[in-house]
Design a protein. Structure first.
Length: 168
């Protein structure tokens, strides 16, 4: 494959990844009842994720290619499976926050790689876009990491109280 073919394949992967992220985040937010700070931040990141999809589509459009329908579908199915699996866990809120942090770091790594690839193919606009998106992913990962202790403590307090739902 050429540099440009690899680059565009990775951009399509990032687009599919953001579709997966949107689906996961929407399912998580819809299930949160007792952790308002986490729900608010996830809803904010859903908006960012949708904006990121638009930015990624602009890169795809500039190269006159299309996002992969198959990758989009697989990403959505994976997200649904992850969301459904978490529904069964008594500690779904804690596991969801941990999973979110892990996913954000995967996105950070992906955009770091895309920045380097955009530089190799000379896509200055791509470098700008991927840097902007990576910065948003870093901010979300930092937020999750800094709030994970609070979510965990809230869950533990709620789970120890008789008749109080802690799960979500």
């Amino acid at each position: 494959m050429t540099h440009e073919e690899n680059y565009l394949d990775w951009v399509r992967d990032a687009y599919a990844m953001e579709k997966q992220a949107e689906s996961m985040l929407e399912k998580m937010a819809s299930r949160i009842d007792h952790y308002p700070d986490l729900k608010t931040r996830i809803e904010q990141h859903i908006d960012e994720t949708r904006q990121q999809q638009t930015l990624l589509q602009s890169v795809i459009d500039r190269y006159d290619t299309s996002s992969s329908v198959i990758k989009d579908a697989v990403g959505k199915l994976t997200a649904m499976g992850q969301a459904m699996g978490g529904m069964l866990a008594e500690d779904e809120i804690v596991k969801g926050a941990i999973s979110g942090f892990v996913f954000e770091n995967m996105e950070i790594a992906s955009y770091t790689s895309l920045i380097a690839a955009a530089e190799v193919v000379g896509d200055i606009e791509g470098v700008r876009i991927f840097t902007q998106i990576r910065d948003q992913e870093v901010a979300m990962a930092e937020w999750l990491l800094s709030h994970l202790p609070d979510v965990t403590e809230q869950f533990m307090v709620r789970s120890a109280a008789p008749g109080v739902e802690a799960k979500k």
